[in-house]
Design a protein around this ligand. Structure first.
Ligand code: ZN
Ligand code: ZN
Length: 415
């Protein structure tokens, strides 16, 4: 089998791997959008391919999938596709009518009579993320996708490392955390605990800034609210995501739960006009926020991507407001600037605001990566989804793992 990494040997973002079997059939794993503009060449998306596999619904893994021919089958989990479409829905972008084939955890299937694929559900900062075992030409490739060992589904990491698939020829393993600062908060549980302490003492409202699609984080915030008797305010988009995730797991909070209120954002309500959303919007109206935040500001915690400037200005005449930044720090930097970057940075300098960072990564720490690699015990390991492959290799060699091979983007290797 031949393997090529179009993008990702020296970069986080834009991941795309190509497997070519002896019979010429080609399979791509992920077709992500680059996270920055340092290497804008994406001409490979026009190359011939027989099928695409998507590991999870983060932009850096699926963001370019709309560029492949409409006849090419795209294998993806139902929840992943629902989450991708939800993000489009609330931005008034039509859903991509791709040739989607639904896949499920642990259920093996064969692509183009050639590649036998087994999806493994992994713990990551999105509710559905897969690693893939791929068998073809008597070779076995394991693609880790993005994963961690410290989230609410960490049992999946334990299961996989306790009972790893055997005889792996090539492990393509993510290395995001190599040379990224490790966090003060090692686990999702520690994030919940730190928020609990802040909410318990708050004299005004708190605003948790995070991605609505990070459902683990939302659950942490919800649990901290429940323990401190606070009302958690979410927006319509977040309420909609919870509906989708709840189809898969029943212990996900929904707007009917007594600790939750929905801010009926007029712009968001406008985006989902139409009969199929009528019942949902009716429920939103029944559970929407009223004006009690202004009579009892410390009774509320907002889960948002960007706090409303109007609301902050109105509330901050009282006591200190907590802004809890709970996502990747890169989004506060110019290089990865988002629509909220400028406003959030301005809040840091405001003496009516207590700006704290409480976050744990969606990615495995270096010790967790090493333990994982030892469990899988492949013939060779190629780092991917890392800005620092050389450091990756050094760190692993220190632990006695000598079979790390560094590849180049766009070059084909025989395994
Ligand atoms: Zn990811
Ligand atoms: Zn990623």
């Amino acid at each position: 089998m031949k393997v090529k990494i179009y993008r990702g040997t020296h970069e986080i973002g834009g991941t795309c791997v190509e497997l070519t079997a002896g019979n010429g059939k080609k399979l791509w794993i992920d077709l992500g959008a680059p996270l920055n503009s340092s290497n804008p060449d994406i001409s490979y998306v026009k190359n011939r391919v027989d099928a695409l596999l998507i590991s999870h619904p983060h932009q850096d893994h699926h963001g370019l999938m709309e560029n492949i021919g409409s006849e090419v089958p795209i294998f993806i989990g139902q929840l992943s596709l629902d989450l991708i479409n939800a993000a489009k829905l609330f931005r008034a972008i039509p859903a991509f009518p791709g040739n989607f084939k639904k896949i499920e955890a642990w259920k093996a299937f064969t692509i183009a009579d050639t590649f036998k694929v087994t999806p493994f559900l992994v713990d990551h900062s999105t509710p559905e993320a897969f690693a893939f075992l791929i068998d073809a030409d008597n070779k076995r490739v394991f693609y880790s996708g993005d994963f961690r060992a410290t989230g609410r589904k960490n049992i999946l990491y334990k299961k996989l490392t306790d009972k790893p698939p055997g005889n792996i020829d090539l492990l393509l393993m993510e290395g995001t955390m190599v040379q990224r600062e490790s966090h003060q908060y090692p686990k999702e549980d520690s994030v919940e605990q730190a928020m609990y302490h802040i909410f318990k003492e708050q004299k005004n409202s708190s605003f948790v800034v995070s991605s609505a699609q990070n459902i683990d984080r939302l659950v942490s915030v919800y649990r901290a609210c429940k323990r401190t008797g606070k009302q958690l305010v979410i927006d319509i988009y977040t309420a909609w995501l919870l509906e989708l995730v709840r189809k898969k797991s029943k212990n996900i909070p929904v707007m009917e739960w007594p600790e939750i209120k929905v801010y009926r954002h007029p712009g968001q309500a406008e985006k989902i006009k139409g009969s199929i959303y009528d019942t949902f919007l009716q429920r939103v109206t029944e559970h929407k926020t009223d004006n009690s935040v202004f009579t009892n500001p410390p009774g509320y915690v907002y889960f948002v991507r960007c706090p409303s400037e109007k609301l902050i200005n109105r509330l901050k005449v009282n006591e200190i407001i907590n802004i809890i930044y709970s996502q990747w720090e890169g989004y506060l930097m110019k290089e990865y600037e988002q629509y909220f970057t400028g406003y959030l940075n301005s809040l840091k300098a405001d003496n009516q605001i207590n700006f704290t960072k409480i976050h744990t990564s969606g990615h495995a720490t270096v010790p967790d990566l090493i333990y994982f690699a030892k469990a899988i015990d492949p013939k060779i390991i190629v780092p991917i989804h890392t800005g620092y492959p050389e450091t990756f290799k050094k760190e692993f060699e220190k632990e006695g793992i000598k079979n790390i091979i560094l590849w180049e983007d766009g070059k084909e290797y025989e395994i």
